[in-house]
Design a binder for this molecule. Structure first.
Ligand code: ZN
Length: 156
């Protein structure tokens, strides 16, 4: 059998058959650790050596859909593995979660929620190829933005 579901006793109707994080292809997937509510896998494809994904077992697409238990399990695991990365793999580590409903699922975009842990070093390849251009995007807030943007986030 070339695919497996890690959801065992916590299995619910949430398994999505065309989702690579629900139905795991054992030829391409390396599981680092399988916990009760989340698993840790090597990102494949990956950006840099040691690039990990923390994946809740239940198929959800947004952080807001996590149960309290899953939220705790996910963030505890993120904290735990960031420490492991910075003590064994690299000096720094990025944490990234992309919610891109405007993008279709494909080889480098999976709808199933996951958190990236990306080992980082000073002026590494990620910096040289992409982040160096980010500096051009940074702008100081102007007065209008300081006034109007916080209003977008006020409740009711
Ligand atoms: Zn899924």
């Amino acid at each position: 059998m070339m695919s497996t579901e890690l959801t065992d006793e916590k299995k619910t109707s949430s398994v999505v058959l065309n989702c690579p994080f629900c139905v795991i292809d054992e030829r391409t997937t390396v599981i680092v650790e399988n916990k009760e509510l989340v698993y840790i896998t090597l990102s494949n494809p990956r950006l840099v050596r040691g690039h990990l994904l923390i994946v809740p077992k239940r198929h959800i697409e947004k952080l807001a859909e996590l149960s309290r238990e899953e939220r705790d399990a996910l963030w505890d695991t993120v904290v735990e593995y960031q420490e492991r990365i910075v003590s064994t793999v690299s000096t720094g580590c990025d944490i990234r979660q992309n919610y891109h409903p405007f993008q279709r699922q494909g080889r480098i975009k999976v709808d199933h929620l996951h958190i990236h842990l990306i080992p980082r070093e000073f002026k590494d390849k990620i910096y040289q190829i992409t982040q160096v251009y980010e500096t051009e995007l940074f702008k100081d807030l102007d007065e209008e933005e300081k006034r109007s943007v916080p209003l977008l986030f006020r409740k009711g």
